[in-house]
Every structure is written in structure tokens, then in C-alpha cells.
Design a protein around this ligand. Structure first.
Ligand SMILES: [Zn+2]
Length: 572
């Protein structure tokens, strides 16, 4: 039995409505408990901000990131954030680290832990490539992991939607999650990945997918209904159509509106929209491009069925990686960059393109502003999850820098002062004076995640929750984030302590221990008769089209590290 007592912590835990109150936290065997014995090891957290471990609910840390590593080897040496990037020699406790946007697996674990983060969600797992994603998960130390499986351009999905077979569709989703050991349903540019197989894209919600006679709107609704029928812990997780195109804010709002009629089967949203920064553009071309964030935020403020994350841009080099194949091809053409595109058989597409966000580029400056505008114009922080869509908007190691933008208007002004007049005319950020406090920041980095993924043991410090805890050397009330933002950045860049499952993994910004994390996946029960009928359909697909047999397709138990199976029972 291992016990820890964290004494005199200044606790910020929005899930319990605790706003920086001094209290003790008791830990036994990896969980938060009511009390501990006199033998407990004591951590004195006096004067330190204490939160649940950070939870990155949308990041690219395993799978496609490997393509990024291959095509962008110069990233290995980039040391743009000292202590959190570049090449670091091995030590007695840690393996060698390289990279900035596409760090090696070990570095991903250490660096998130140094930021006080303890859980990550890999945002896109192609079913067919899931095995390798889990192999990489195994090599990312410390963190708990989960992943979202791609269904938005899948032949079987589109056929069941076209043929109006909702029960078989739900059975297929359940099977796909089991096969890939995924946690939820990811939809990327619905239908667009399949269209890209023919060198095309879909242009909006009602543009039929070539050869399938279904529209992106039908794919979204079909998958959302299947998601709720299976009572999955997360809602569908959607990367909208027309990403990266001026004027796409209209498609984004239209997509969000569709979900007003979806009734969630659990106490959570019916839709999560991801990296909305890339989907909140107004104008008709790159010439008259401007922010669409006020329109999107206005809509979100008036409804309560959705959550979203930012996809905040960080100036400097980044690497885009997405299942949105046509977008990556367009990026490569426009930026004259290295690129990779992949066709994932019957399931989706993907692509990787490195790029550079410059404050001198008016488009990049406006993109930077849009992410912040969304976070600050949406009134309810419980609808917002902070992300850079790492490394699409920039590497996660820049989170502390981005927190200063959210917490300080003065810091924003400093950055904005370097923008051109043309950029300033296209954004509303300079007129926004809202500054987030530590409580709101905790919501966007922990509490929203716990609720939106239905993970009551994560993202909070309730008795019974996992003892994943971040202690930062900063005291709300004594530091004013709006002027002393350098202190905010320093504190969040180097946790005084990070505890993972009750074990001290970081102390004073240094890695202490590197335990293995858990892997969460969802096993949704379906009636045997429907499963049998669905299996007959996919047997045909495997025989006729796939390069692998069905028997070799499922990710076996041996690939999962400390698996946590979340069971659900659907309605059929
Ligand atoms: Zn993403």
C-alpha cells in the first residue's frame, strides 16, 4: 500500500467548483481517497497551484506522426523551446530524446509529463493501421492513452447509410472500435477521403460522395445516430468539410446545426467539433480572407449540444497531419512543400505536410487570432477544450506560451503589435479584453475533457478519481497573469510535481519515474444476430478488396498496455 499526503495545496478543481482553496489531498494505491495513515509520504504544496493532471483530448502522437518524422528529419534537432524540445542525451532515468513537432515516443511522454499532463487522446486511428498506433502507445512512457478511430470515408459505413441499415452500421462501428481498440468515432471531412481516391473532394454537406450516393450530411447523421445507439462514452468527433478554405465558417455552422436534432444517449454533448480555428474562416478567397470566429462563437453561445477545441496556431515551424487527404494535397501545392498522401484502402486517406506559421504573413496572423477569438468569445469555458491540434497548429510543448495569450490582453497586444495593418483589419482580437483566470484555464485543459469523454476518474481531484495531479510553482492571487505572464509560462512549462496514478513522475521539472500508462478502449455490445449479418458483409469486403485478411486485422490483446476496457450496451 503506497500513500501520499499533499499538504496545503492551493487546489483548483472546477469539476467540484473548487476555486483555488487551500486543502490537503490524500492518495492511496493510485487513487484519491478521503484520508491516509500517519505513514503517508508528505508533499508540501504550500504556495503552489494544484490541479488534476492535464488531459490533451486531441493530439497526434502515434501513427501518422511517424510519416512526419520520416519526411521532416531536420525536426529532430530543432530546439525552439529549451528543456522541452531538441536532442537530449539519455540519463539514468530517461531514454534519448529528439524532435520538436514530431518528437520520438519517449520525448512525447516526458514532455507532456513536465507540463503536468497525464492523459492524451490520439485523434485519428485508421482501423487498418491501428496495430502500429498501439505499438507506439506502448513506447510513450507515463501517459494514459486512448484513440479515436476513423469512420468518415469508410466504404462499409457509406453503404450501410445509403442502404438505410442503421443496426448493421452500429454493429460495424462496434466491431471497428474493437478491431482498432479505439475509444470513439472520428469523422474527418466526411466523404472527402473517399473522393480524394478519385483526385476529388466534396465541396459541402450536400455534395454526394463519388460512387456512393451519400452526402457528407448523411454520413454525419448516420454515424451520430449509430454513436448514440451504442451509447459510446464520447460523442462523434468531427473535423468538418472544407477545412482551411476561406468562407468555411458557413459549412462549420451548418454542420453544427445538423446535430441539434441528435439526442445524446449519455450526459455529454452530441457533437465535438475539432480544431475549429481551421474551420472558422470568412471571405471568398485568400485575398479577402478574414476571421469568421465571431459568427461561429455566436452560434455556439446560443446552443448547448456541442463542445469544440481550438487548433490554436503557434508561430514557427509546424507539421500538418490529417486524414483529410485533399487538404494536404492542396497545402503542398500552395506552399511548395514536401508532402505525403496515403490511400488507406477502403477506409480513408491521409497526408502530411510541414509548414511555417509566420507573424509576417497576414493569413497566419489572422489564423493565430482566430483560435484565441474562439476561446475568448465563447462565454462558457465548459464548451472549450484547449489544443493546438499538435503538431498541426504547433507543438504541444508551446501550451504554456499559448496560456499566456489566453490569460493576458497585454501579452496579446505585444504579439499583435508585430502584425501588418492588413492582418489587423481582418481580425477582432484587438477589441477583446477578456482574460481567462486559472479556474477557466483548468476547465479548458482538464474538466471539459473529463465530461466530454465521459471519464469521471480523469481531469478532476474527486475522491475515487485517478491520482493524476499537477502541482505548479505559482500561486493565484499572488501572481497577476495579465501582467506577470512570464511567471505563468515558466510555471506551466516545468511542473513542480506531476503525479501519475499516485506516483511522482516529475519533480522540479525533471523526470523522476517512467511508469507505463494505461490504454482505454471501448467494447460496445451488440446482438449476435446483427453482428453475424454484418460480418457476412465485411467478409465479402475482405475477400474482394483488402490486402489483409480479416483474421490478421484485429489488434490483439498483446498489443495493449495496461488495457482498460469500457463496456457499453447499446439499444437495438
Ligand atoms: Zn487533429
Amino acid at each position: 500500500m503506497s500513500e501520499i499526503l499533499i499538504k496545503n495545496a492551493s487546489v483548483c478543481d472546477p469539476s467540484q467548483g473548487i476555486n483555488c482553496e487551500t486543502m490537503d489531498i490524500c492518495i492511496r494505491d493510485g487513487k484519491i481517497v478521503e484520508s491516509v495513515s500517519g505513514n503517508a509520504k508528505v508533499i508540501d504544496a504550500e504556495g503552489k497551484l494544484t490541479m488534476a493532471g492535464g488531459f490533451d483530448g486531441h493530439t497526434h502522437s502515434a501513427g501518422k506522426i511517424n510519416v512526419g518524422r520520416f519526411i521532416n528529419p531536420n525536426d529532430a534537432r530543432k530546439n525552439l523551446v529549451p528543456g522541452l524540445s531538441g536532442q537530449v542525451a539519455r540519463t539514468e532515468k530517461t531514454r534519448a530524446q529528439v524532435g520538436y513537432n514530431t518528437p520520438n515516443t519517449y520525448a512525447i511522454g516526458y514532455r507532456y509529463a513536465k507540463l503536468g499532463y497525464t492523459t492524451i487522446c490520439e485523434a485519428a486511428i485508421p482501423l487498418l493501421a491501428a496495430r502500429h498506433t498501439h505499438e507506439e502507445f506502448k513506447e510513450i512512457p507515463i501517459l494514459d492513452k486512448m484513440g479515436l478511430s476513423l469512420f468518415g470515408s469508410n466504404w462499409q459505413v457509406m453503404e450501410y447509410i445509403r442502404d438505410k441499415e442503421p443496426e448493421k452500421l452500429a454493429a460495424y462501428i462496434a466491431w471497428g472500435l474493437r478491431a482498432s481498440r479505439g475509444y470513439g468515432v472520428k469523422i474527418v471531412n466526411p466523404g472527402g477521403g473517399e473522393a480524394w481516391g478519385w483526385g476529388r473532394n466534396v465541396s459541402g454537406l450536400y455534395d454526394p460522395v463519388p460512387n456512393f450516393d451519400v452526402t457528407p450530411a448523411e454520413i454525419l447523421m448516420g454515424l451520430a445516430e449509430a454513436n448514440e445507439r451504442l451509447k459510446l462514452p464520447h460523442s462523434v468527433h468531427v473535423h468538418c468539410n472544407n477545412l482551411g478554405k476561406p468562407g468555411n465558417y458557413a459549412t462549420t455552422i451548418e454542420s453544427m446545426k445538423l446535430f441539434e436534432k441528435i439526442k445524446p444517449s449519455r450526459d455529454r454533448q452530441s457533437l465535438h467539433v475539432t480544431h475549429v480555428q481551421f474551420n472558422a474562416y470568412a471571405g471568398t478567397s485568400w485575398r479577402d480572407f478574414e476571421t469568421g470566429a465571431p459568427m461561429v462563437a455566436d452560434y455556439i453561445n446560443g446552443v448547448d449540444h456541442l463542445t469544440f477545441d481550438l487548433g490554436q496556431v503557434i508561430f514557427g515551424p509546424a507539421v500538418t497531419m490529417t486524414a483529410d487527404g485533399p487538404v494536404e494535397y492542396a497545402n503542398a501545392r500552395m506552399l511548395h512543400e514536401k508532402w505525403s498522401n496515403q490511400d488507406i484502402e477502403l477506409e480513408d486517406a491521409s497526408g502530411v505536410v510541414p509548414l511555417f506559421y509566420s507573424p509576417k504573413s497576414f493569413v497566419n496572423a489572422v489564423q493565430w487570432a482566430i483560435g484565441l477569438e474562439l476561446a475568448l468569445l465563447v462565454k462558457d469555458p465548459w464548451k472549450v477544450m484547449f489544443t493546438t491540434d499538435s503538431p498541426n497548429g504547433g507543438s504541444f510543448v508551446n501550451y504554456p506560451e499559448a496560456f499566456t495569450y489566453l490569460m493576458s490582453a497585454k501579452r496579446r497586444e505585444e504579439v499583435i503589435s508585430g502584425f501588418s495593418k492588413m492582418a489587423l483589419d481582418r481580425m477582432v482580437l484587438p477589441g477583446i479584453d477578456r482574460e481567462l483566470d486559472f479556474y477557466e484555464l483548468a476547465i479548458m485543459t482538464r474538466s471539459t475533457q473529463s465530461r466530454m469523454y465521459s471519464m469521471p476518474e480523469k481531469g478532476n481531484l474527486k475522491v475515487g478519481s485517478d491520482a493524476d495531479i499537477a502541482i505548479y510553482d505559482i500561486l493565484p492571487g499572488q501572481v497577476d497573469p495579465s501582467t506577470e505572464y512570464a511567471k505563468v509560462k515558466a510555471a506551466f512549462s516545468s511542473a513542480a510535481y506531476t503525479l501519475k496514478s499516485g506516483e511522482v513522475v516529475v519533480k522540479d521539472g525533471e523526470i523522476e519515474e517512467t511508469p507505463k500508462g494505461k490504454t482505454y478502449w471501448v467494447n460496445a455490445k451488440i446482438p449476435e444476430s446483427i453482428d453475424t449479418a454484418m460480418q457476412r458483409d465485411i467478409d465479402r469486403k475482405f475477400r474482394k478488396y483488402y490486402t489483409v485478411s480479416k483474421a490478421n486485422y484485429m489488434v490483439e490483446d498483446i498489443y495493449l498496455q495496461k488495457p482498460v476496457e469500457i463496456g457499453t450496451e447499446g439499444v437495438f
